[in-house]
Design a protein around this ligand. Sequence first.
Ligand SMILES: Nc1ncnc2c1ncn2[C@@H]1O[C@H](COP(=O)(O)OP(=O)(O)OP(=O)(O)O)[C@@H](O)[C@H]1O
Ligand SMILES: [Mg+2]
Length: 296
Amino acid sequence: MPTAFDKSKGRTDDRHNNSKVNVNSKVNVNSNIDFISNVIFIFDFRGNDGIIDAMYVITFANPKGGSGKTTSAILLAEQIALSGGRVAILDLDPNANILAWAQGRSSEERDVPFMVHARPQAEETVELIDSLSEEADYLIIDLEGSKDQIVTFALSRTDLCIIPLDGSPMEARQAAAAVRLVQTTSNMIRTPISYSLLFTRTNAAFQTTDERDVRNEMELNNIPTLPVRIAKRAPYTRIFRDEVLLSELSDIVKRETEGKTASVREKALKQVTGAIDNARDYAQAVIHSLTKERAA
Ligand SMILES: Nc1ncnc2c1ncn2[C@@H]1O[C@H](COP(=O)(O)OP(=O)(O)OP(=O)(O)O)[C@@H](O)[C@H]1O
Ligand SMILES: [Mg+2]
């Protein structure tokens, strides 16, 4: 049954703090939004007790460095948390950008609307993932680029692997390698692992010929692609640069453009609104894909 905006599910659970380096402060980013019209709808499968039957695990993978895994992961985490979903992130990226982002915010007592867990020892990965189902309905895993053993462990528990790529042929080849890795892992564990390509860092205004060709090629090869793409947008780069949430940017930009002309303010705010709309549509597409798979 579709459920929207269950604020009561925000939590400050601290049960699994042995591997959790940081952080969860209260979920009050909701106060920043004009709710209902501005939240994604979480279609889930709850038991009689109102709890989702099993945690969804969404993993971001691509051996290509800089393909947008970490950015796409945090965008999804924020949108689901804003809609009332209990979200945890497992940061398996050796650069630990999300962990640093969360630690930076916590140290300044700023909200972190999801739990963030540090990379465990490879052999402890599956156990950690399984234990997180008590605190989260959605676990988002940010993977490293390489084919490390930890990647296979994480994939073995994945409901949906998202493979971000821009529309270029070079990144398409790397994405194909990621698809093969998912398929190999799937064969190894004798369980299907759903995956989907996500076009990201694309041109907001139009689809390039390269992107269209790559999209057609993927379609011919029956490789699923999320229907929403994430455009290349300045507000997304600010998330890590300024340790902000996307939902905080409207207020920040209003302050930054105080005293500027109306058209400058309007343009800056429009950029943020466009980025928020895009992030929400993308998150909605992911939720749709996840629930469709589970229903099947
Ligand atoms: N949609 C986007 N719009 C604008 N900038 C983006 C977008 N997605 C990613 N970037 C920028 O591109 C760079 C690489 O992105 P990101 O760190 O998310 O990639 P990654 O795949 O996680 O990289 P790595 O393999 O090194 O972990 C970053 O500077 C990020 O800010
Ligand atoms: Mg990364």
